[in-house]
Design a protein around this ligand. Structure first.
Ligand SMILES: Cc1ncc(C[n+]2csc(CCOP(=O)(O)OP(=O)(O)O)c2C)c(N)n1
Length: 296
C-alpha cells in the first residue's frame, strides 16, 4: 500500500523525498484554506506562495526538536513576512510543536495563534514578526550569537518583496556583509505581488540578484522554483556547498498558488475567502493534494 500523508506524519523514518514534501505541502494548503475560510480572516496569497518552502524547511532542513522548542542548539527560522502566519502555524502543528486541533482558533481572542506570530505564545516561533523589514536584522543578531557562543546553529529568514522594500532590510544586508555571520541564510519568496499591486509597480526591485551580489552576499547561482520540492532540495544542497557566508536564495513563486482564479492577484493578498470562492477553490487544492498523495 502506498504511503499517505497521515502515515508520513505519524511514523516517517529517514529523510523526506521531494514527492513526500510535495504531498505534505499540498495537504497543508488545503488545511490553510479551510482555516482562513472558517475564520473569515488572514492572508491566503503569501501563505500559499511559501507553502513548499516552509514545509521543506521544517520537514527536511531545520535541526529542531519539537519536544524542546527552546533548545539552544536548534536552527532558527524567522518568518519576516509574518502576515503569512497561517502557513507557519499549519507546518508547526503538523511537525509536532502543538496540537493541530488548535489551528481552527486562528485569530480568535485568547488563541495562541494571533494574526501575526508571537514568540511568547506559539511553541516553535523563534521571533515575533508582522511589521515588514525586521526579520533580517533579527536573523543577523541570531546568527552572530551562534558564531560568538559557538552554538553553531543556522539561522534562516524568509521575506517577500514587502520586506525588501524596507530600508532596514538593506541596512541589515550591509551589516551581514561586514560581519559575515556563519550560517546566516536569507530566503526570498519572490511572488512579485504585494498587498495593493505588482511589486514592480510599487517599488521596483530588479535586478534583484545583482543587488544581492553587489551588497556582498553569496547568492545561489539561479532562482529556484519555490513550488517544486525537488528544486527546493537542490537549493538546500547548494547551501551545503562552500563555507562562505552570508548566503541567499531567491525562489520564484506564485501568490495564491493552487487556486487558479486567485493566482497572481493582489486582491487575494489578505481578503476573507467568501463561501463562493471557497466552494470553487477548495476542490482544486484537494485534487492536487490527492494526486500528490497517490503518487507516493
Ligand atoms: C512596515 C509595514 N508596512 C506595511 C505593512 C502592511 N502589509 C502587510 S503585508 C504587505 C505586503 C507584503 O508584500 P509581500 O512581502 O510581497 O508579501 P507576500 O506576497 O509574500 O505575502 C503590507 C504592505 C506591514 N505589515 N508592515
Amino acid at each position: 500500500m502506498s504511503a499517505t500523508v497521515s502515515d508520513l506524519l505519524k511514523e516517517k523514518k529517514g529523510a523526506y523525498s521531494a514527492a513526500e514534501l510535495a504531498a505534505l505541502a499540498a495537504r497543508f494548503r488545503v488545511e490553510m484554506f479551510d482555516v482562513l475560510h472558517e475564520r473569515q480572516t488572514g492572508h491566503w496569497g503569501g501563505a500559499s506562495s511559501a507553502a513548499e518552502i516552509v514545509t521543506a524547511l521544517y520537514f527536511s532542513r531545520l535541526k529542531i526538536d519539537p519536544s524542546q522548542p527552546k533548545w539552544e542548539g536548534r536552527d532558527r527560522f524567522v518568518l519576516s513576512k509574518g502576515h503569512a502566519s497561517v502557513n507557519l502555524y499549519t507546518v508547526l502543528a503538523r511537525r509536532g510543536f502543538f496540537a493541530p486541533a488548535v489551528l481552527p482558533s486562528f485569530r480568535t481572542l485568547g488563541s495562541i495563534l494571533q494574526g501575526h506570530p508571537s514568540m511568547k505564545l506559539v511553541p516553535g516561533v523563534d521571533f515575533s514578526t508582522g511589521a515588514l523589514g525586521h526579520g533580517l536584522s533579527v536573523a543577523c543578531g541570531m546568527a552572530l550569537s551562534a558564531a560568538l557562543s559557538g552554538a553553531g546553529f543556522r539561522t534562516y529568514v524568509l521575506t517577500g518583496e514587502g520586506c525588501l522594500d524596507e530600508g532596514s532590510t538593506w541596512e541589515a544586508m550591509l551589516f551581514a556583509a561586514k560581519y559575515r555571520p556563519k550560517g546566516l541564510v536569507f530566503l526570498v519568496d519572490y511572488n512579485k505581488v504585494q498587498l495593493d499591486g505588482r511589486s514592480e509597480d510599487i517599488l521596483p526591485l530588479e535586478p534583484l540578484a545583482d543587488k544581492f551580489t553587489a551588497f556582498g552576499w553569496h547568492l545561489a547561482p539561479r532562482a529556484y522554483d519555490g513550488h517544486c520540492t525537488a528544486d527546493i532540495l537542490r537549493s538546500f544542497a547548494w547551501l551545503d556547498g562552500d563555507d562562505v557566508w552570508p548566503k541567499a536564495v531567491i525562489y520564484d513563486t506564485v501568490k495564491g498558488k493552487g487556486v487558479d482564479f486567485m493566482e497572481g492577484k493582489n486582491a487575494w493578498h489578505g481578503a476573507a475567502i467568501d463561501d463562493g470562492s471557497y466552494a470553487k477553490g477548495r476542490p482544486q487544492l484537494l485534487k492536487d493534494a490527492e494526486a500528490k498523495e497517490a503518487a507516493l
